[in-house]
Design a protein around this ligand. Sequence first.
Ligand code: FES
Ligand SMILES: [Fe+2]
Length: 380
Amino acid sequence: MQHAEQLNVARRLLNLIDTQGTDRSEAPYLQPVSEYIDLGVAAREQEVFFRRQPLCLGLSNDLPDTGTYRVHDLAGVPILLVRDLEGRFRAFLNVCRHRGARLAEACGAARGFTCPYHAWVFSLDGSLVNRPDEASFAALAREDFGLTRLAAEEQHGMLWVCPTPGQSMDIAAWLGNLGPELGSYGLGTFSHYASREITRRMNWKLVIDTFLESYHFCVLHRDSICSTFFQNLGLFDAYGQHFRLVSPRKSITTATAPAADDSWSVLPHTVIIYILFPNTVVVWQGEQIELWQIFPGSSPDEAVMRLSLYSPTPALTEKARRHWDRNLEVVLNVVQNEDFPLGEGIQQGFHSAAQSHTVFGRNEPALAHYHREMTRALAG
Ligand code: FES
Ligand SMILES: [Fe+2]
């Protein structure tokens, strides 16, 4: 976050603390329960959100060196992320052009990909470079059987992909005026420490909803994060469909007063959450970045997600690893033991006839914005 915006954020936060306020929307919002359970809605979401639009599938350091690759399966199509020998980020469908086998698994470094089925070989730029018994295929030009490319762009230290072949994207336009602020964190300089893939019995949007208000901090999280943050107090700012939430840490009240001097920073006294519409959550947690990629699972009642933790410098010592392991455990404990079990109960209740709508209060403006934008996008 740029310094001028940090001062603005600090001023607004201190004002909310003084007045015991929080950013509020104009009116409460009624959210249809059907959007969390309906098969038709889920199918439309796949088409609109997870096929045509850019998706953030990681940060730059997920592919640390030239020749590194990583598979990505959460989006519902098999994707292969590659940093080629020139350092350029590329994305392909992870599908051999001979008979369709998966070319790569997990992650690693390679000079090319040899198919495990009949050993066709593809280079890191996707070209087909060798096929055993060439004479049997000579009537089919090699150039026509390269890996299927997906639009891929590395911007602000983030890896963006559009999962449908032939579909183009423009990340600067997609992020709009949020781009420069995201750029200010230098996400590309962070090191990938660890990732966890998680499956839960709740709709994917319900996973995102857990990040979107501080009204529950000292109720659900009374024994965990309540002592660090303020209850029901935070900033909300929309950037088109994307948006930002800032929750102050209690340390902000004893910090030195905001100063024009560049060395003063509001960041250590906050947790800042960016929602990159529709399914990416970037969390600035003082010293670390968490990236949450959240996708629909096999039904509207299932979410699959990948949490990745990035540290400002590589964890090279045992002491550093202990530190980041502990941070990862803290994050996982709160969501896995507190937020997600509660969300799974909500999902079950959605299938009862208890109510046609749930309620977002004026103190939950991010929830209203998120779901209003989602409904609008699906209707369009
Ligand atoms: S399926 Fe890949 S070489 Fe045959
Ligand atoms: Fe929570």
